[in-house]
Write a protein that binds this ligand. Structure first.
Ligand SMILES: Nc1nc2c(ncn2[C@@H]2O[C@H](COP(=O)(O)OP(=O)(O)OP(=O)(O)O)[C@@H](O)[C@H]2O)c(=O)[nH]1
Length: 227
């Protein structure tokens, strides 16, 4: 068994066409990355896709859609990772979603990655509110969309504003969500968090082995190529 990933550099506002419809490939996993301004959403995505990082802040005004593909046990899965700017609220209806260009596609994500900055209390409050709004706007009777909470800037651990165990207990035990702390700057646990996200989507072909382990194994064997 192996896990490797090949990521393309197709980016844009409209999302483009995935490869899910062709050649019998599976439909794309849509991953939405949300969080308050400056928490490091773009840095995380950039680190994951391009192994690149910059200390220069570049505030996003529009959402950015990245298309990539993961090869799982010989099957190609399209990934659509959307890096959203800090939205003021989660759209309550499809109409609201489509009337705000920043929010397009947000309600149909397969997994939400909610990022906060471990040194910024307000950014955790943002995540709390966003999670609540996602739960409230979910269409009744539909399957739950997994939510992964991510504490970024782990390298600034000394400036942490809420003890890790408090957050992790709340998130894991009460919210029943996954929790990962990472540093986009130092590339700590970035791969792990995307592995968690994919695992939570319930990828049929990776349910027996933790997706993260596959990523890491693949990387060790140099089977994972990020272009
Ligand atoms: N120390 C440290 N700084 C980080 C880390 N990740 C991001 N940053 C810095 O935080 C700032 C904001 O990062 P962005 O990736 O632009 O944050 P964002 O959430 O995409 O911001 P908006 O798009 O404006 O909402 C930049 O100066 C980054 O260099 C990290 O892991 N550690």
């Amino acid at each position: 068994m192996h896990w490797s990933a090949v990521c393309e550099n197709r980016e844009g506002g409209a999302g483009g066409r995935g490869r899910g419809g062709s050649g019998g490939m599976l439909p794309p996993f849509r991953i939405a990355v949300l969080g308050a301004q400056g928490v490091g959403k773009t840095a995380i995505v950039k680190r994951f896709l391009h192994d690149d990082y910059s200390d220069v802040p570049a505030p996003s005004r529009a959402r950015r859609v990245h298309l990539s593909a993961a090869v799982l046990n010989g099957h190609v899965h399209d990934l659509q990772i959307t890096d959203y700017p800090a939205i003021s609220s989660f759209p309550v209806s499809s109409l609201q979603e489509w009337s705000d260009a920043c929010c397009r596609g947000i309600r149909s994500a397969h997994v939400y990655i909610l990022v906060y900055d471990i040194c910024c209390f307000d950014s955790f409050e943002y995540v709390k509110t966003m999670r609540q709004q996602i739960l409230e706007t979910r269409v009744l009777g539909t399957a739950e969309t997994p939510i992964l909470i991510v504490g970024n800037k782990r390298d600034l651990q000394r400036g942490r504003v809420i003890p890790r165990h408090n957050i992790s207990d709340l998130v894991r035990k009460s919210w029943k969500c996954g929790y990962v702390e990472c540093s986009a700057k130092f590339n700590w646990h970035v791969l792990l968090l995307f592995g968690e996200a994919l695992r939570s989507v319930g990828c049929a072909r990776c349910k027996h082995v933790h997706a993260t382990i596959r990523f890491q194994r693949a990387l060790r064997r140099e089977r994972c190529t990020l272009m």
